[in-house]
Write a protein that binds this ligand. Structure first.
Ligand SMILES: Nc1nc2c(c(=O)[nH]1)N[C@H]1C(S)=C(S)[C@@H](COP(=O)(O)OP(=O)(O)OC[C@H]3O[C@@H](n4cnc5c(=O)[nH]c(N)nc54)[C@H](O)[C@@H]3O)O[C@H]1N2
Ligand SMILES: Nc1nc2c(c(=O)[nH]1)N[C@H]1C(S)=C(S)[C@@H](COP(=O)(O)OP(=O)(O)OC[C@H]3O[C@@H](n4cnc5c(=O)[nH]c(N)nc54)[C@H](O)[C@@H]3O)O[C@H]1N2
Ligand SMILES: [Mo]
Length: 772
């Protein structure tokens, strides 16, 4: 097989418009093992990004020994990416947590499950014993557990404890995708499909380095680019990413100026008559206001704000405006940047005015990043209610109360659910006293790490960490619970184009590690949560029963799973929701009929002001009379508050590299991946490097008002004035080693988008110095 570390995308299999994407089955097995020696294959999908690459897990002598792509799957037709191929080795790492740990006299010591769980239960009971005790709990979960686990957590938090303080690291990841989908279309739910790549004649990638982050989706795009009638391509990214290099038009915008750019593109499209007047009239509301606002963004002004050429803005507008089937993808260059939700909505606007939704090749993918972020959102384990229900709609609360057989007053709905950044603030202030962290490593991934470490070590805060390894976060916890993970437990998860996959248990977890589902069920049992009739609040005992319970919750909502079963998910390909009796094979695209989920009784939110985030009331929303039309939300560009100054003259942006995943707990334990990108670096333009007396490989210090890191310089074609640091590399390499602070988040600021409340990881003013 080709060296997929050196060539992440592998061989091309070109195809033309409307043709099926050819199959190419990728495989990687442990050294010396051949396919026919494998004892057993277990069905699964990738857990190292949101693409949902379907695969079988190879089992040999009771251990995971490799993976093979699934030829029949709609998502990948057999292909796997480098993390998929090599990442499974982390499961077998010798430093997995195998027993619970509790803090004794300042140190973490091994113990049994009863002792660890009883500590959590004792503390919980004590907090619940005082008035308003529910307000003292905070749950910070993930985009990497399974649907069944989130739903269970959601129910125990909302109907067991009754706390609004529950969110996922999805707040850092796809909160803006959710916010923009709700704002434009009425509810969360991806309009487009990966199959749109097969049909489109233009692809626009908005702040999305898909080549390195959804590698298999990029293979599909590249295969179209190598076939007959290839789609045109536009990339918007300050860096010369592989995507930017492939694109026909690359707009290397100044970080933080996305909204000015998309407004400018909309202006050109409208002025040149490249919009679909009939579609706009029949299916949208807000066009006049949109025209008024975008009119203020002629190409010259956009060129000035974004620091790109006016002619390139016009070329990009023509590419978008004259395409007949346009596919857009949007990700962190928009979601974690200035005016995140407004910018993501602006891309929705572009598709709405051009009528580019709901038919083959015409779609927008407001991407997810994590493998199961979609499920965190659907099940209400983030700042939402289960089944994409509206916290401010009493009828929706009533539905949940009936489903769970509890008093509606128990379910928190007097204000919006608390978002993660506020949960951490409450913990800092001391009003949250128990913080339960599952499957996320905030001591590396949240902004301003010095502050996060300070919060985690506050003596009054009781911290539970549920993980596979003793991470930077787990090290600071009071109780550490050893979790089983992918391959060691069964459950479902849903990718960025709504495709649901089943992931089956292949092997036993190490030592006493337990699935997150078992941990949450055990807690609910010990806490003795009851329904209105005195029966157990949570009536399920395993994943399949949890899935059946979730199906009832999803019935009639946009994410309707009622037509799915585990048996059906074992058959051929993954299946995109909604899947019902009427649509037993799932649904490729949403909104084909131009009717959106904006009806006041159905929508997920009554909306927010895009500039301030202020919530609208039901009455204000009804007055807009959406009647199934989509909203064209327009907003003016406002410069980021993080601007270069004399002390901090450069802009830092952060992100990913193809070989590492997040805080590297898995990819750092896979030898091939780790060797490919073992340490942090900074990407810098040669002119900026020269000004600082820096050459390739030199050690530099980067400083912001919050901290400093030491990294090696790498000169690239990044735009001048901007430097890029991958955020993967934690504070220390080995537990206890604190010599070399190197995490990008030592530098980033506690600041977030007013609408989605997603942190702004992509713009930080910094200073660079060469180390002598
Ligand atoms: N290899 C790998 N793949 C992954 C992950 C991983 O850790 N490693 N993580 C997964 C997850 S959870 C996520 S969320 C996705 C993220 O996937 P992406 O969003 O593709 O990844 P990022 O590198 O965070 O950011 C994308 C690009 O945004 C650009 N950018 C920075 N600031 C701006 C700006 O102001 N405007 C514009 N237009 N662009 C800007 C950066 O230069 C960067 O190339 O990847 C998923 N896939
Ligand atoms: N500066 C900067 N910061 C960023 C970003 C950025 O672009 N720039 N991106 C943000 C984004 S988009 C994201 S998604 C976050 C990611 O940030 P994190 O969520 O903190 O990153 P991970 O390393 O994926 O952490 C997941 C943890 O869960 C554990 N784990 C894995 N599987 C399981 C399981 O089955 N059960 C349990 N209990 N634990 C498990 C892993 O060992 C790991 O410790 O980072 C955010 N932070
Ligand atoms: Mo993410």
């Amino acid at each position: 097989m080709a060296d997929r570390i050196a060539d992440p995308w592998g061989e091309r299999t070109p195809y033309g418009p409307g043709e099926p994407w050819p199959v190419r089955v990728d495989l990687h097995l442990a050294d010396g093992l051949s396919e026919h020696e494998v004892d057993r294959w277990a069905r699964s999908a990738s857990i190292l990004h949101s693409n949902g690459d379907a695969m079988d897990i190879a089992v040999k002598d009771g251990r995971i020994a490799g993976v093979r792509g699934h030829a029949a799957d709609r998502v990948n037709r057999g292909r796997l990416d480098p993390k998929d191929l090599y990442g499974w080795q982390a499961n077998n790492s010798r430093d997995r947590l195998t027993r619970p740990l509790v803090r004794e006299g300042g140190r973490l010591v091994e113990t049994d499950w009863d002792t660890a769980m009883n500590r959590i239960v004792d503390r919980s009971r004590q907090l619940l014993g005082s008035p308003g005790g529910w307000g003292r709990f905070g749950f910070y979960t993930s985009g990497q557990l399974f649907l069944e686990e989130y739903y269970t957590l959601g129910v125990l938090g909302k109907a067991g404890i009754g706390t609004p303080h529950m969110d996922g690291n999805t707040r850092l990841c796809t909160a803006t995708a959710a916010a923009a989908l709700k704002a434009s279309f009425g509810t969360d739910g991806q309009p487009g499909s990966y199959a749109d790549v097969d049909h489109c004649d233009a692809i626009a990638l908005w702040g999305h380095n898909v080549a390195e982050t959804q590698t298999v989706l990029w293979m599909r795009m590249l295969d179209r680019r190598h076939g007959t009638d290839p789609p045109a391509m536009l990339a918007v990214d300050p860096r010369p990413t592989p995507v930017a290099r492939e694109a026909d038009v690359h707009l290397a915008v100044r970080a933080g100026t996305n909204l000015a750019l998309v407004n400018g593109l909309l202006r050109q499209i409208i002025r040149n008559g490249w919009y679909d007047e009939e579609y706009v009239t029949a299916h949208t509301t807000g066009f006049d206001e949109l025209c008024r606002i975008v009119d203020g963004y002629p190409p010259d002004r956009v060129a000035g704000i974004c620091d790109v050429r006016a002619a390139d803005v016009e070329r990009a507008a023509e590419l978008l405006g004259t395409s007949r089937r346009l596919l857009s993808t949007v990700l962190q260059g928009f979601y974690q940047s200035n005016q995140a939700t407004a910018s993501a909505c602006a891309v929705n606007n572009l598709h709405l005015v051009r009528g580019m939704l709901g038919r083959p090749g015409a779609g927008v993918l407001q991407m997810n990043g994590q493998p199961s972020a979609q499920n965190t959102r659907e099940t209400g384990a983030d700042g939402d209610l289960p089944g994409m229900r509206n916290w401010d709609n009493p009828q929706h609360i009533q539905e949940l109360a009936e489903l769970w057989n509890v008093d509606p007053a128990v379910i928190p709905h007097w204000s919006p659910p608390t978002h993660a950044m506020q949960i951490w603030r409450y913990a800092e202030q001391g009003s949250i006293e128990l913080l339960w962290i599952s499957a996320t490593n905030p001591a590396v991934s949240l902004p301003d790490l010095a502050r996060i470490r300070r919060i985690l070590t506050q003596p009054e805060l009781f911290v539970v960490a549920q993980d596979l390894y003793l991470t930077e976060t787990a090290e600071l916890a009071d109780v550490v619970l050893p979790a089983a993970t992918w391959g060691e437990k069964t459950g479902t998860f849903t990718n960025a184009d709504r495709t649901v996959h089943l992931s089956e248990q292949a092997v036993d977890p190490p030592g006493a590690a337990r699935s997150d589902l078992d941990v949450f069920l055990d807690y609910a049992r010990r806490m003795d949560f009851r329904d209105r009739d005195g029966g157990p609040l949570i009536g399920w005992a395993g994943p399949e029963e949890a899935f059946e319970a979730w199906k009832r919750c999803s019935a009639g909502r946009p994410c309707d799973y009622t037509g799915l079963t585990y048996a059906k998910l074992r058959e051929g390909s993954g299946i995109p929701w909604p899947c019902t009796d009427d649509a037993p094979d799932g649904t490729e695209r949403l909104y084909g009929d131009g009717r959106f989920n904006t009806d006041p009784d159905y929508c997920e939110t009554y909306g927010q002001d895009l500039s301030t985030g202020a919530e609208f009331t039901a009455a204000q929303y009804r007055a807009k009379e959406p009647a199934g039309r989509a909203f064209l939300h327009a907003a003016d560009y406002q410069p980021s508050s993080e601007v270069p100054s004399d002390d901090y003259p450069m802009l830092l942006t952060t992100g990913r590299t193809v070989h590492q995943f997040h805080t590297r707990t898995k990819t750092g334990r896979a030898p091939e991946l780790n060797a490919a990108a073992p340490d942090v670096w900074v990407e810098i333009h040669p002119d900026d490097a020269a000004r600082h007396g820096v050459t390739d490989g030199d050690r530099v210090t980067i400083t912001s008002p919050r901290g400093g890191i030491r990294v090696r310089a790498r000169t690239t074609g990044i735009r001048p004035g901007v430097v890029f640091v991958p955020f993967h590399y934690g504070y220390f390499d080995l537990p206890g080693d604190r010599r070399t602070p190197r995490a990008a988040n030592e530098l980033t600021a506690t600041a977030w988008d007013p609408v989605s409340r997603q942190p702004i990881f992509k713009i930080t003013a910094v200073r660079l110095e060469k180390e002598h």
